[in-house]
Design a protein around this ligand. Structure first.
Ligand code: NZQ
Ligand code: ZN
Length: 386
């Protein structure tokens, strides 16, 4: 097992009807900015619950943060924060609204001239404006981690940021929010969380038995409850397990003491930036090719995963590892997630080269758990994903 430190300061408030508890979490003298997305919260009752909970607070609203939170829109919110002397942010939404809020938390206290530098210069946020979240879609884990991914349409970029100052102070997880999610978003959430586990597990054996079993149990639970949630999103038992799996998949716990990969996400983000493909779907496009390309380096863990998660008992280590990749791809396809880039766009030619060039320009030349993937490898993996 590798050495590690672990601290996660986010308070989770989990359960039915817990949105009202936000009133107890936000300091009484705060001036709050309530941030949300394209309006789903106004159709499913979440907005009313939040407003009721905030009734004794001074607060303003900022809606319209799009999926893949857009920098230009966030700059408008930043203006409101500064002009209105906002002191506390409340994100009500999914990964996009929460990530947008994290950017604002950082940018509100940032002293540099250009807040985009936070992303391009990888400026770590040690302290941000305090914020809490009400999660409306299980998927990213953003509700209990300190990372964010921000999009800039003008330059077709999607870049990450983070730092210890960007953990939410609290997050309300009421699984009842799942009931209004369309199937597209449900399967996105399952696929994203599943791939988060893979990124932290599908590396090489590191003698971290408990972390391996944490990861395997999250994947097994997603395989079990995923179809139930898709069939009936108001199935509370299934929704609550789905929600907690997504949070646990990316709150830092399962990655402690083990090597991590994250190359699938690095490549996937480019496909969202270039083609607007939903985040989770980009992962389903890249992951199978990534595991096939890096077969030798990953085959021991692939075989362990085949045995423990997919119950594959027959065959050699290599045979089990091959089946592991097939099973993963079939799992995505069983939820009607397409796993080839050409399923999403006709203009895929040249994508691999474009992405490889971008990675070279950014100095992203050593990806993966062995820091062994150069842009030329990225190019081949993306080509295999066409
Ligand atoms: O905008 P509204 O109208 O609210 O609609 C949203 C949006 O269209 C809708 N929705 C959310 N809750 C709903 C609902 N519709 C009905 N009922 C509800 N209860 O769902 C759509 C997608 O929302 P979004 O927030 O974009 O989804 P998700 O949570 O999957 O977030 C994706 C974003 O998070 C980033 C992704 O790159 C992407 O930008 N990620 C963030 C990570 C992190 N911070 O740790 C890690 C991830 O790997 C990921 O990169
Ligand atoms: Zn993801």
């Amino acid at each position: 097992m590798l050495d590690f430190e672990y601290k996660n300061p986010t308070k989770i408030i989990f359960g039915k009807g817990k949105i009202k508890n936000i009133a107890k979490e936000i300091p009484a003298d705060s001036k709050v900015l309530l941030l949300y997305g394209g309006g789903s919260i106004k159709n499913n009752g979440i907005y009313e619950q939040v407003k009721e909970a905030l009734k004794d607070f001074q607060f303003l609203e900022f809606g319209g943060i799009p999926a893949n939170p857009e920098y230009e829109v966030l700059l408008q919110a930043l203006k409101v924060i500064k002009e209105e002397n906002i002191t506390y942010l409340l994100a009500v939404g999914g990964g996009s609204v929460i990530d947008g809020t994290k950017f604002l938390s950082s940018a509100a206290l940032y002293e540099g001239r250009n807040p985009w530098d936070i992303l391009t210069k990888s400026i770590r946020t040690e302290k941000g404006m305090p914020f809490g979240t009400v999660l409306t879609i299980p998927a990213t884990g953003s509700e209990m981690n300190s990372g964010a991914v921000i999009t800039r349409a003008e330059t077709q970029e999607k870049l990450g940021m983070g730092g210890p100052g960007l953990f939410p102070e609290f997050s309300v997880l009421d699984p009842q929010v799942v009931s209004s999610l369309p199937e597209r978003q449900l399967v996105n959430g399952i696929t994203d969380a599943y791939t988060h586990v893979l990124e932290q597990y599908m590396t090489y054996p590191a003698g971290a038995f408990l972390q391996d079993r944490f990861s395997e149990s999250i994947m097994q639970t997603l395989i079990e409850v995923g179809p139930r949630v898709i069939k009936d999103p108001s199935d509370y038992e299934a929704a609550s397990n789905f929600m907690w799996c997504c949070t646990m998949a990316l709150n830092g716990l399962i990655q402690k003491g083990v090597p991590t990969d994250w190359a699938v996400h690095s490549m996937g983000h480019e496909l969202t930036a270039l083609f607007g493909i939903d985040h989770a779907r980009t992962l389903a496009i890249v992951a199978p090719s990534h595991y096939r390309y890096n077969f030798e380096a990953k085959k021991a863990k692939l075989a362990q995963y085949a045995e423990r998660v997919w119950d594959v008992k027959e065959g050699t280590l290599e045979e089990k590892a091959v089946i592991a990749i097939q099973k993963t791809e079939e799992f995505f396809q069983s939820m009607d997630i397409k796993t080839k880039l050409s399923d999403y766009t006709e203009s895929y030619e040249g994508t691999a080269q474009t992405i490889a060039k971008r990675f070279t320009a950014r100095g992203w030349t050593r990806l993966g758990e062995h820091k062994a993937l150069a842009p030329s490898d990225v190019e081949k993996i993306i080509e295999m994903s066409y």
